[in-house]
Design a protein around this ligand. Structure first.
Ligand SMILES: Cc1cc2nc3c(=O)[nH]c(=O)nc-3n(C[C@H](O)[C@H](O)[C@H](O)COP(=O)(O)O)c2cc1C
Length: 190
């Protein structure tokens, strides 16, 4: 059976996005034989979790109504064989829209379970996450966006591995942005 790959596209600048170009190359090279489901977060009208959302979610979970449409995104995420996140580096991590999406997929009883003692067990089926990003400057140490997604997989959702494809320094010389991007894409996808 073909591998089911869920792509979380948070490339807000759409066709102008360097991250979107890196994502396209990754999918062409690594996912040609896969079934791809792509979520364009910037077209989804996702809203952050406010009190009424929290209350609705908690009452559904309390009643074990995991099949409710409210949890469609969470079930889709849980059932993917692999999840590819694509998001530019913004303000030391990624656009807030991606965090809003994460709020929609983290649901106790669907993507993870928690015991009375406070222990957590991930319920997601993905063999790995892939984190794709581009960044204007050069990051000292680990990319904070990638670090968060890795921790989310490892510590909450049960996905032990996160593979990264990150291109740094794209805004250092704007005249070289596109040529540097293309050269780095060739190197990463060789
Ligand atoms: C709102 C915003 C915030 C950004 N924050 C950072 C930052 O904190 N550090 C950095 O090095 N570059 C930052 N950048 C530059 C982007 O990381 C860089 O241009 C990246 O290649 C954009 O990816 P995209 O073409 O896929 O949108 C920021 C850009 C935007 C628009």
């Amino acid at each position: 059976m073909e591998k089911k790959v869920l792509v979380i596209d948070c490339c807000i600048r759409k066709e102008k996005s360097a991250t979107a170009k890196l994502l396209a190359s990754y999918l062409e090279k690594h996912c040609a034989q896969c079934t791809i489901e792509k979520l364009k977060l910037y077209e989804m009208d996702l809203r952050p979790m406010l009190l009424e959302d929290l209350e609705k979610r908690d009452s559904l979970l309390l009643a074990s109504r995991y099949d409710d449409p409210y949890f469609t995104l969470a079930r889709q995420f849980r059932d993917a064989d692999m999840v590819v996140f694509a998001a530019p580096f913004w303000d030391m991590s990624f656009p807030s829209l991606l965090k809003v999406y994460v709020e929609h997929i983290c649901a106790s009883g669907i993507t993870f379970s928690s015991s009375a003692e406070g222990g957590l067990q991930g319920l997601c089926r993905a063999e790995k996450f892939v984190y794709i990003s581009t960044c204007g400057g050069y990051q000292k140490g680990e990319n904070e966006g990638a670090r968060y997604i890795r921790a989310l997989g490892k510590n909450l959702l049960g996905v032990k591995e996160t593979e990264e494809f990150i291109i740094d320094g794209l805004d250092v010389d704007p005249t070289q942005r596109e040529s540097r991007l293309q050269a780095e894409i060739r190197r990463l996808m060789a």
